[in-house]
Each structure stands twice: as structure tokens, then as C-alpha cells.
Design a protein around this ligand. Sequence first.
Ligand SMILES: [Zn+2]
Length: 239
Amino acid sequence: MTATTAALPETPCAACGATDYAYRAVLWPELVKAWELGPDDEACINRQQGLHCRACGNNLRMISLAAGLLRALGAAGPLEAFCRGKPALRLLEINTAGFLTRFLRELPGHRLVEYPDFDMMALGLDDGAFDVVVHSDSLEHVPDPVRGLAECLRVLRPGGLCVFTVPILAGRLTRSREGLPPSHHGAASTATDDQLVRTEFGADFWKYVLEAGFDSCETYAYEYPAALVAVARKAGNAP
Ligand SMILES: [Zn+2]
């Protein structure tokens, strides 16, 4: 589905089930220039980050992550109701996934780990300890994204899923920002090192997932091109 930048969806929020959306643009001219965004890219990012559910506060990025997770699990939504049902699911959340955390933490097998205490490239968690790993717009800040994904793979059980978002500009190919001027998520004046963007992901983002050793990488278009979710599967069946 494509939509104009500010069009409000008629479908219920996959996170909480409400149908009460609002939109506000999040980008400003200096940032658009620094990121070399064309009008389509600018509209895409504004929609992804700026369209949000007024009931639970999640933006389109988080809502699509919730939808992608439910879909990958074959579960009915919204995520809030799913988690309240306390299914036996060992879910690792790496860095808070916006306002989804408050729903995810209802899962008895939920664990949240955050940077800098936990580094995605060396999590220090047991092999095969989780059924699902979730992260949202973290991978672009990791110095070596393949290593970060390989670490997600390691902590998953056979057949486990890594469901995540990264900022993807579908009209571009992925590039490393090594050697380019520093680019941060957020205002440059208040940005910290962990907001530094190391990789700008494009249409070939799946390469990194497969290089990390995952068996498959599905791109789920909750809304194309503003809300894409990666669903990576580890080879094997549940023990
Ligand atoms: Zn909601």
C-alpha cells in the first residue's frame, strides 16, 4: 500500500488496536540537506517517524514492527493483547523498541538489553537462548552490522526469528558512512556517539542478513515504502 505523507490509516494500530492517528513532520531543512534526501525520501521518513497512534504513542515504524512480529509468529493482534495472553515466548529486545516495550515486557520470557551495557556485536548471552530477537533502528549505529546480526543469530534457537527495522531508503543501495562527515539521528547539537549513523541502508539490506548466516530474509511491507520490516529466520526447527 502506498499513501501520501500525512494520510491517516483506517486500519487499527497493530500495537494497541486503536484507530486514532495523528501526523506531524519530523525532519527539518538542515537535516534533509545533510542526509541528501530527495522529496520522496523526505516524505518516506516523515511518514515513518511522524505518523503515530494517539492512543499508545507508537509511530508507524513501531506499529509496523508490531505487525511484522505478529505476522511472523502467526499470531492475532494487536500486540498488546497478544502479550497480555502471556504466551511462552523467549523474546530478546535489543534497545527499547519505542512504546512497544511496555507491551513486550508482559511476556514472561521477555528480556530487554540496552547499549552501552550490552553491545549488539558481543551480547554475552547464551547460545540459542531466545525464540525471537527484536530491534528497531539500532543496526545502523552498530560499527559492523554483519557482526551485530551474527550475534542475534547466535542467541536464537534453531528456527528462531530476528524481526527488526532499519531506516531503509528503497531507492538507494546501502553505503557505509566511513570517511563521510558524521551523521546523527537527532539534532547535531545534542547528538551522542551512539546516535552516530555508521551505515545507511538501502534496497540491498538483505545482503547483510544473509552474510550474517541467516537462512532467509523476508521484507514485509506493512506500508511501502515507508514501513518495511525485516524478518530473518535461522535455519532449523524448534527443538
Ligand atoms: Zn496504538
